[in-house]
Design a protein around this ligand. Structure first.
Ligand code: SF4
Ligand code: SF4
Length: 156
């Protein structure tokens, strides 16, 4: 399971804590599916289409794998607890808090995150100017919002 994009990070995992997931259920509140690494203007246009949908983000991790993330909680959640514990899918069984980005010793956080089109266009302008110019020819970016609607992109 890819790591969720977690707002609260770098807590220290206390190995003696009997419930390190206490008051947290972030990893049950999204679905992330790996997508092909975008290369062309058309690929980024597809990402543009994804992220103008409500609660859909795209990110890449530090291994340069790309994911589409649907921020949609599992229907089986009961508060922060699993209401389907004994019948939970393998994806849930395989996931370990040891790999959780909430903790400092978890997997690294995402490298690029597009929560909206402003994040995407700022990234393209800076990192993929040729793609940005191509898209600019087709889109009227003057009508696009100027400021990120949420948190800014995270780039190295
Ligand atoms: S594994 Fe991480 S994201 Fe999932 S509930 Fe535990 S602390 Fe939260
Ligand atoms: S089945 Fe349970 S563990 Fe799996 S995503 Fe849903 S609430 Fe979380």
């Amino acid at each position: 399971m890819p790591d969720p994009v977690i707002p609260e990070r770098n807590k220290k995992l206390d190995k003696k804590d009997p419930n390190p997931c206490s008051n947290c259920s972030y990893c049950c509140e999204y679905v992330a599916i790996e997508i092909d690494k975008p290369e062309t203007a058309r690929d980024f246009d597809n990402i543009y289409w994804y992220i103008i949908h409500k609660d859909v983000w795209v990110y890449s991790d530090h291994e340069n794998d790309w994911y589409i993330q649907f921020n949609s909680p599992c229907e089986k959640l009961e508060g922060h607890l699993c209401g389907n514990y004994f019948n939970r899918p393998m994806m849930c069984r395989d996931y370990s808090v040891k790999h959780c980005s909430r903790y400092g010793d978890g997997d690294p956080e995402e490298k690029v995150l597009f929560k909206n089109e402003v994040d995407l266009f700022q990234y393209l302008k800076k990192k993929r100017p040729a793609v940005f110019e191509k898209m600019k020819k087709r889109l009227d970016l003057k009508k696009a919002p100027k400021e990120p609607l949420s948190s800014p992109i995270l780039t190295p």
